[in-house]
Write a protein that binds this ligand. Sequence first.
Ligand code: 13P
Ligand code: SF4
Length: 306
Amino acid sequence: MSRRVVTLAHYYTQPEIQQMADKVGDSLELSLYAKECAADVIVFAGVRFMAETAKILNPQAEVILPDTNSTCSLVTQTDVAALKKWRESYPDHVHVSYINSSAEHKALSDWIVTSRNVDDVIAHLYAEGKKVIFSPDRNMGAYLNFQYGYDMPLWSAVCEVHDKFNQAALDEAFAATPGAKYLIAHPESPLPVLLHADYVGSTSGMLNWIKAYDREPEATIFVATEEGILYNMHAARPDLRIVQAPIYAGCQCNQCPYMKMNTIDAVRKAQRGEGGISIDYLDAALMDAARLPIERMLEFSRRYYA
Ligand code: 13P
Ligand code: SF4
């Protein structure tokens, strides 16, 4: 009997891969889909922490990552032994971790959040009188501390793509672009950029902002995130002037090298069961420990956004 293969793709993968997928979304949407889909095999055109999360939420399915090297700098910059010590130095704090983290990291966390719900989860914890530490994304944590007056101790890792966005480069681009008016940004970007943004949110959140845009028709909208999602934005609103925010660096391409390892060939091979890496190396106890804080977030999202 043939096995049911479901392909998931993040917005940062190339358009042809998104077109091949059963579901395209942000980290939260893809996690929920992975948990609930009736798949024998999930091919995850994203990065390793996403495929691991899918496996943790749907352990019956075989989960394949098309390229074994598709990691994320927020994961590689976080030494889990050091993180454990850091977490233990705040015994009376709740540890909230961004989903861009390894399974071992998640197992050391009380809550997992995504860019979609991080502000609501942390607001909820502060409203309950809890003290919070946040890892691994320093930029996201700094933004939340500044914006809402929190005092969360922060782990210090960054997204190597979003961390390159730069307010001085944006100021120059705004000055040089007729009609330059708006900036929307992913919360992995540096604090000065986020403080100038008209909207800060997840990839899906930014896409929804573009879809609902009803302000000046001639305005230019800058987008501070990985360039892949501009495909979805242009497709949704061909009438708008949507451009990539600039960075100060040799390359202006703003591509996530790990997402781009999902070549069409690699995804097709994974769908045929011929390549990639199976996420079969997480032991059951680790998956159980990592599932708890993820499920807490999913349950919160179900109640909060219902
Ligand atoms: P989203 O959950 O907003 O899609 O973000 C994932 C990610 O890795 C952004 O760099
Ligand atoms: Fe990780 Fe940044 Fe790539 Fe997202 S864009 S997967 S945070 S390196």
